[in-house]
Ligand binder design. Structure first.
Ligand code: SDX
Length: 379
């Protein structure tokens, strides 16, 4: 097909069929492998959801045990590189995770191989749980900087390992909330980060390098970077100044972090679920209730103008609020997204490799042609 004009942002341009995630942006509905996110949020765990995304079905008890064992193997592999990562001077948790992934390439072989003309997808599905466990362990270390965090929680649930790394007084209620947060963040179709991962994987590069590309894409403020910006926004505005802040931002045609979405033109269903959790936690958590009150006020004032533009809070708005109420610092919030979304990224990479074709779009040339070179002294 000959495109006459570039498609900005490749908006709505399909690059594959998928059976992983379905998003209805008009109705505000999200499905993982055919299950509504509300159903999974209310009934499943992150481990079950990650298995579902990767293997296309809910695990049996036996499947789940094997899956966890492979994840724990990945956590043990992380112990091989955490010492090297600890010697890095970088302050940025995501950079630590990316460097940990690069260092782990000497322990984890995740290069796609061919059988005839087909990529051997089963091999990638076999190594995926190990890579997931590796990323979880690297993330737990990167946010806590505690060299023993992984060893001391080697076979903890995914939510518990994260809680021990993130929340100073981690309690069961926090583990439960983080498990739900991990479920809603686990996948969201071909977002910029999933697309970046797919581009790298389509060259048959390793899954670890593809995940590194995904994390780099996520760090941009228009994508995952919004999470930290929402948290800093909520911390910076005094409650009594929220209305004034919103009016000023919108009057200056500036974007409010945590609002709007390329696909959802109604309330993000994930934000709805997290908003309820934030309310519950805030009502039992006097000290950090202020973040909740500010978020409610900010949403109320913003929607007076933005609802008419079909711009509503997205997942990052209420995730940042929920994490703030739990005492999670803004700079430690985006790693939570990575921790969860690695399952979705791996699922998309492997699905694309089933019928791989290197991703190579084009640019429509509009420059001059046939110019003659002139020597430097004559210019
Ligand atoms: C994530 O792809 C994914 O699925 C991503 C993600 C995932 O799970 O992977 O969902 C995670 O990245 C969520 C998005 C997090 N980003 C932010 O919160 C940053 C703030 N959001 C905006 O940058 C913006 O909303 C985008 C980039 C998300 C969408 O921008 P668009 O495509 O320009 O939005 P639009 O076309 O719907 O805008 C319509 C109008 C415009 O105004 P007018 O020109 O018509 O006057 O609404 C305005 C926009 O300027 N608008 C906003 C706004 N977002 C859109 N106005 C104020 N604040 C905003 N946030």
């Amino acid at each position: 097909m000959e495109f006459r004009e570039p498609i900005p942002g490749l908006e709505n341009v399909p690059i594959k069929y998928t059976k992983i995630t379905y998003i209805d942006g008009e109705k505000g509905e999200l499905y993982y492998r055919g299950y509504n996110i509300v159903d999974l949020f209310n009934n499943s765990t992150y481990e079950e959801t990650a298995y579902l995304l990767l293997f296309g079905k809910l695990p049996s008890p036996h499947d789940l045990e094997k899956f966890k064992e492979h994840m724990f193997e990945g956590r043990r592999t992380a112990l091989e590189v955490i010492e090297e990562v600890s010697r890095l001077s970088t302050e940025n948790a995501l950079d630590r995770i990316k460097i940990g992934l690069i260092l782990a390439t000497k322990y984890v072989d995740s290069w796609p191989r061919f059988r005839g003309k087909q990529v051997v997808v089963d091999e990638l599905l076999a190594v995926a749980p190990k890579i997931l466990g590796l990323v979880h362990a690297l993330t737990a270390y990167a946010v806590s900087l505690d060299p023993n965090i992984v060893e001391e929680n080697l076979e903890a649930s995914c939510a518990e390992l994260l809680c021990k790394a993130l929340v100073s007084d981690c309690m069961q209620k926090h583990i439960h909330i983080l498990d739900k947060l991990l479920i809603v963040y686990a996948d969201h179709g071909l977002s910029a980060s999933a697309f970046a991962a797919t581009v790298v994987a389509s060259t048959l590069s390793s899954l670890l390098y593809a995940l590194e590309a995904a994390i780099s894409a996520l760090q941009g403020p228009l994508h995952g970077g919004a999470l930290e910006k929402v948290a800093r926004m909520l911390e910076a505005i005094p409650l009594e100044k929220v209305e004034e802040y919103v009016s000023r931002k919108l009057a200056q045609k500036e974007k409010l972090m945590g609002f709007g979405h390329r696909v959802y033109k109604t309330y993000d269903p994930r934000a709805k679920l997290l908003k309820r959790l934030a309310a519950k936690l805030a009502l039992n958590n006097n000290g950090l209730r202020e973040a909740y009150l500010k978020a409610i006020a900010l949403e109320l004032h913003a929607l007076k103008t933005l609802a008419a533009k079909r711009v509503y809070p997205n997942v990052d708005f209420w995730a940042a609020t929920l994490l703030l109420i739990m005492g999670v610092r803004p700079e430690n919030q985006l790693p939570v997204f990575v921790y969860s979304r690695t399952a979705g990224w791996l699922a998309h990479i492997i699905e694309y490799l089933e019928n791989n074709k290197i991703l190579r779009p084009r640019a429509i040339y509009r420059g001059p042609l046939g110019l003659k070179y002139r020597p430097l002294e004559s210019r």
